[in-house]
Ligand binder design. Structure first.
Ligand SMILES: [Zn+2]
Length: 479
């Protein structure tokens, strides 16, 4: 990026609220069902039906609004957004126009150079999702699956406060992390639970006026958002350098070619003929509801990170990993409450546990590991009852069978030999059998000793206390 221009980015994110039923009817929202099996007269918009807003979806949206420090609209009003929608049989979408549920919020992101910065949230409003068109190349017509029609969405619109593709990436990361902490959406981009459109324009540094805005759609991963913005930033900069006009348009991200391509030119704003939905009576948000939701708010990622650093004396880097997801942070704290060595528990969770949760769809929940069990493994290892190697084996066995770790140690005879008498004869044998290494060590080669310790470990099938074995060997050799 040159020093002449400044990039201005705003993001629109659609989050599917993870209610079991749709926004205005009782149809299931489960993903992956056979086409058109989760529909009813309400979500199909048949005449004579009355929609009723889903209370759960409303509370979920309130949670997000509070987490984003938004002001909350006192009276909730729904509007109809009229348009010809091939995937929405009503031909209008229930949305919120001039009175969004939440507005004027913010979220803090980390910028590599500037540190923490706040990105404004213009608004967050409730709406329903549309269906899905399926095109078959062999046939002259398309199919429509209306299972998704009427699924509750929260659209979150940022202020044009984002100044680089990297910041856009961080914004999405922070937003997703917050929403996942609230447990109101799985934010799964592959299944469409989180969708993002980006607006990007360039302007001369110091200018207050915005340049022509390009909207990018078809972004189905955070990486795609970043890559598309990098491409678009460069494309617009080149156009401006050549004195060309940047056309205000909608472009699609082509992931294969790594370019954005024009979709349609927006001559003027689409006229959606919004009007208040006469079927949905405006209602006041009851103070009790607000209070209940406020009470149910979890500690959010940023607060939790700060607390972890202060309370457990861990490094920022460690805390970043531990608080990346709420269930993992909860698990960590549960283990520490059973065995109060925050750093040791952190090392285990970051190392061994992360290795075991890798590639699992849900993470720590899928592991079935009891915090008390891990606490007991760490304690046995710290106290020298089992070796580090044995501790890892106990964990593996515990994950397979769920058996109590102390029982596993007993059954497998993994108790570490810390008894000098028991080790004496083995140490003597190892010294006799490894004359060369013994001489090397005498000659000053420090690592010859670790080889000899390794031999003791081998002969005891990993049960010897390596520290003790090392001390005994050294004493005997240099004696
Ligand atoms: Zn329905």
């Amino acid at each position: 990026m040159s020093d002449i221009y400044e990039t201005v980015i705003g993001l629109e994110v659609h989050v599917q609220l993870s209610t079991r039923t749709k926004a205005f009817c009782g149809c299931s929202t489960a993903f992956g069902a056979e086409a058109n099996t989760q529909v009813c007269p309400v979500c199909l918009g048949l005449p004579g039906v009355l929609p009723v807003y889903n209370k759960k979806a409303f509370e979920y949206a309130l949670k997000v609004a509070m987490a984003l420090e938004c002001d909350i609209q006192k009276t909730v009003k729904f509007d109809r957004k009229n348009y010809y929608y091939p995937d929405l049989p009503k031909n209008y979408q229930i949305s919120q126009y001039d009175m969004p549920l939440a507005y004027n919020g913010k979220i803090t992101i980390e910028d590599e150079e500037e540190g923490s910065i706040d990105i404004g949230i213009t608004r967050a409003h409730l709406e329903e999702d549309a269906g899905k068109l399926m095109h078959d190349e062999q046939q002259a017509f398309s199919y429509v699956d209306l299972n998704r029609t009427g699924t509750p969405l929260l659209e979150i619109v940022s202020e044009p406060d984002i100044r680089s593709p990297e910041q856009a990436y961080e914004y999405l990361k922070a937003l997703k992390q917050t929403i996942k902490y609230l447990d109101v959406s799985d934010c799964n981009m592959e299944e469409g639970s989180l969708r993002c459109d980006a607006n990007v324009s360039l302007r001369r540094k110091g200018s207050e006026k915005f340049g022509s805005k390009v909207e990018i759609k078809n972004l189905n991963s955070f990486k795609a958002v970043r890559d598309a913005l990098v491409f678009e930033q460069l494309r617009q900069e080149e156009a401006l350098e050549e004195q060309e006009k940047v056309i205000q348009q909608t472009r699609l991200w082509n992931e294969q070619k790594n370019v954005t391509e024009p979709m349609r030119t927006k001559e003027e704003a689409q006229d959606y003929r919004y009007f208040p939905d006469p079927d949905l009576v405006p209602f006041e948000v009851a103070p009790e509801v607000l209070e209940r939701v406020r009470q149910s708010m979890p500690e959010l990622p940023r607060r939790r990170k700060e607390r972890f650093v202060n309370q457990y004396r861990l490094s920022e880097k460690d805390v970043e990993v531990l608080t990346s997801e709420k269930p993992l942070a909860d698990f960590y704290e549960a283990v520490v409450s059973e065995y109060n060595d925050p750093q040791a528990v952190c090392n285990w969770v970051k190392g061994e546990i992360m290795m075991h949760i890798k590639d699992r769809p849900k993470g720590i929940e899928d592991l079935g590991l009891k915090p008390g069990h891990l606490a007991s493994i760490i304690e046995m290892s710290k106290k020298g009852k089992i070796s580090g190697l044995a501790a890892k084996e106990v964990l593996r066995e515990n994950l397979d069978s769920g058996k109590d770790p102390e029982m596993i140690v007993k059954e497998k005879g993994l108790e570490q030999v810390s008894d000098k008498g028991e080790l004496e004869s083995i140490v003597v044998k190892v010294i006799e059998q490894n004359e060369k290494s013994v001489n090397d060590y005498r000659g000053g080669k420090e690592n010859a000793l670790s080889y000899l310790v390794g031999q003791v470990m081998r002969q005891t099938k990993g049960k010897a206390n390596p520290k003790l074995a090392g001390e005994m060997l050294r004493k005997k050799i240099t004696g």
